[in-house]
Design a protein around this ligand. Structure first.
Ligand SMILES: C[S@@+](CC[C@H](N)C(=O)[O-])C[C@H]1O[C@@H](n2cnc3c(N)ncnc32)[C@H](O)[C@@H]1O
Length: 191
């Protein structure tokens, strides 16, 4: 049997980011890996952090909402990219960490059938409202050889790429030296 870790290769940078960077959390794309992980990690932080999860698939939205919705973890149906961008642009939120792991729309990967266009568009908005952004599958075809994307990534003061096996995860920040804070001396900025 061939093992695949594709759905969970973001858990190390995501866990480090949530543990070390304070503030509310934005999750784009729900699922059985990131949603319970983020929810469980945020249960223990004081003051209570808020999580906002956006999901386009009504089945996944319903399943996760049933298990995790509570006063500090809200779920929104991402009806279309425009509504997502409108929400992010207009939100009064300032997030500590955002996970970008959705497939709201965009071009389909010939390898996986998944979509990454929305990850790029959301990352650009998140760069303005989030201290740290964690982008899963950042070495997939759609990100490669895209000059606009590469120059967006290069525009960040701090970048860290994590790859153990399977898809890479890219961590970007203009606020924290992410590799130093998350990996080299992880005493953290949470007090
Ligand atoms: C890459 S998945 C998101 C995974 C999620 N962030 C996590 O870490 O669990 C992208 C979309 O696929 C759907 N999805 C979530 N978990 C899935 C799974 N285990 N298998 C297939 N599709 C899934 C949801 O609609 C989700 O927004």
């Amino acid at each position: 049997m061939e093992m695949t870790y594709d759905f969970s290769t973001h858990i190390v940078p995501l866990t480090l980011a949530i543990s070390q960077v304070k503030g509310d959390v934005l999750e784009l794309g729900t699922g059985s890996v990131s949603t319970p992980l983020l929810h469980g990690l945020c249960m223990f932080t004081k003051p209570q952090r808020k999580i906002v999860t956006l999901e386009e698939n009504p089945s996944w939205l319903g399943m996760m909402q049933k298990d995790f919705e509570c006063p500090w973890h809200s779920f929104r149906h991402a009806l279309c990219m425009e509504s997502v961008l409108e929400f992010l642009e207009s939100a009064e939120w300032k997030f500590g960490v955002a996970l970008i792991d959705q497939c709201f729309d965009g071009s389909s990967s010939p390898e996986t059938g998944m979509t990454y266009g929305s990850r790029k568009r959301c990352a650009k908005v998140c760069a303005r409202i989030c201290d740290v952004i964690v982008i899963h599958d950042s070495d997939y075809w759609d990100f490669k050889d895209d000059e606009d994307w590469n120059s967006f990534v290069e525009s960040f003061k701090y970048q860290w790429k994590f790859k153990l096996t399977g898809p890479e995860t890219l961590v970007l920040s203009n606020v924290f030296d992410v590799k130093a804070v998350l990996v080299d001396s992880p005493q953290g900025v949470l007090s």
